[in-house]
Design a protein. Structure first.
Length: 116
């Protein structure tokens, strides 16, 4: 502790907590990015429709269009990285494919514009 003054001590503790929180947050973000990359690689690594391979733009698609049913079945499971963690624990099961967000969204309204 730099000082016994309560205000300086409080400021020091807040700074200490913020520093450690930022380290933990950076570690979690790196870990989440790693798991997402593993998931995308397990399912092809690029959008099967347009070929986009930038990790930021990629997501997974339920091939049988049963995503809503899957979410109801696993009500506690959330999407995003939590879904990727679940897939990893299941050994990367079949029934999913890599799509970019644009192609995935377009399929909800019919065909993707890349498919003619």
């Amino acid at each position: 502790m730099p000082n016994k003054d309560p205000e300086k001590r409080r400021a020091y503790m807040l700074e200490y907590k913020a520093r450690n929180f930022n380290k933990l947050l950076a570690y979690k973000q790196d870990w989440d990015r790693t798991v997402k990359q593993e998931a995308m690689n397990a399912y092809g690594g690029s959008c099967v429709c347009c070929g986009e391979s930038n990790l930021i733009f990629l997501t997974l698609h339920h091939i049988n269009n049963d995503g809503a049913e899957h979410r109801r079945k696993f009500a506690r499971s959330r999407g995003g990285v939590y879904f990727y963690y679940w897939l990893k624990t299941q050994g990367w099961p079949e029934g999913y494919q890599t799509l970019c967000f644009n192609c995935n969204w377009a399929r909800q309204f019919g065909k993707c514009p890349h498919q003619k």
